[in-house]
Design a protein. Structure first.
Length: 318
């Protein structure tokens, strides 16, 4: 019997990428349904060799019987609809709404953490950090992690991309400051402790996914004026001494992690792999740094969610 899959938020940047990736998985026994806001009702999206109509999301839709629901939505929409869909379906939520409460999953790392029928997709930057550090953490252990990110405009959604060349701050649609020829040294809101919401996500989620409760994690997140892909500078201290060659070998133990000479957005865009480069020793054989790049719309979001779904279906990602 065909599995019924709902993609909610199907017309957004991540939602469209989910639809595209899912359509290329060559799975014949899927019935796919698309939902978005009322403004998108009636839009047509291509799926494999067919075209699917987008329907407006409402509580009636949440009462339908789906096997799996991929929620490519913001926190407010997820807060309302994830509990409704989860009464009858396994829900993979892309927002940050429930990440502290339910399993936070990167399939290559911690799929066995899943319990219940609500699964959370991590923050896009978190996925790149965890993928790059997973093999190192397992082989050599970790004591400290310090991360600086350089995050693309697509991480702020379609409106973020529209702000790319806007020079009048009063006309910005998403960002707080003009990004043209500029960097913005925070993402989200500045909290009482001085860290922004994106930094809190990155610090908490890295520890949760890698099971590093006692490890110190620090983060600085920055918005940069490129369309797609996040860059991440990662300094880390291992528990055991290591060489750079051993660390490179440990990185590629994680599927979809690839060592390259220089990890740059132009190389990672549209690709499924997390690119890792420039692993080098700092003051001794337990202190190191590296640079990582990830396509934030693919492995940082849509691809990771589809991989979770495929694990449930007993299929391999292609």
């Amino acid at each position: 019997m065909a599995k019924k899959i709902a993609v909610v938020g199907a017309t957004g940047l991540v939602g469209r990428t989910v639809v595209d990736i899912l359509s290329h998985q060559n799975i014949e026994d899927l019935d796919v349904y698309l939902f978005a806001s009322k403004l998108s009702h009636g839009k047509i999206l291509k799926f494999s060799n067919t075209r699917l109509k987008v329907c407006a999301l409402d509580e009636d839709a949440a009462n339908l019987n789906f096997d799996y629901v991929l929620m490519c939505t913001n926190e407010n929409v997820s807060k309302k609809y994830v509990p409704l869909f989860s009464k009858k379906s396994v829900v993979i939520d892309f927002s940050s709404q429930f990440r502290h409460k339910f399993p936070l999953i990167v399939p290559q790392i911690n799929f066995n953490d899943i319990k219940g029928n609500i699964i959370c997709n991590p923050n896009c930057s978190t996925v790149g950090v965890c993928m790059a550090l997973n093999g190192i953490a397992k082989t050599f252990g970790l004591e400290e992690i310090t991360i600086s990110t350089y995050q693309s405009l697509s991480g702020a959604g379609q409106l973020g991309l529209l702000d790319k060349f806007e020079k009048d701050a009063k006309k910005l649609k998403k960002l707080d400051y003009v990004i043209d020829n500029n960097l913005i040294p925070y993402i989200g809101k500045i909290e009482n402790d001085g860290f922004c919401t994106e930094e809190h996500k990155l610090m908490y989620e890295t520890k949760k996914i890698l099971h590093l409760d006692d490890v110190v994690v620090r983060a600085q997140t920055t918005r940069v004026p490129i369309d797609v892909c996040h860059g991440e500078s990662i300094f880390f201290k291992t528990k055991k001494p290591a060489t750079t060659k051993q660390l490179c070998d440990a990185v590629v133990q994680t599927k979809n992690c690839k060592m390259v000479e220089f990890a740059m957005p132009i190389l990672a865009s549209g690709k499924d792999d997390v690119l890792v480069s420039r692993i080098r020793q700092c003051e001794d054989d337990r202190h190191f740094c590296m640079f990582v790049t990830i396509d934030n719309l693919r492995k940082g979001a849509a691809q990771n969610g589809v991989e979770i779904l495929l694990k449930y279906l007993g299929r391999e990602y292609v």
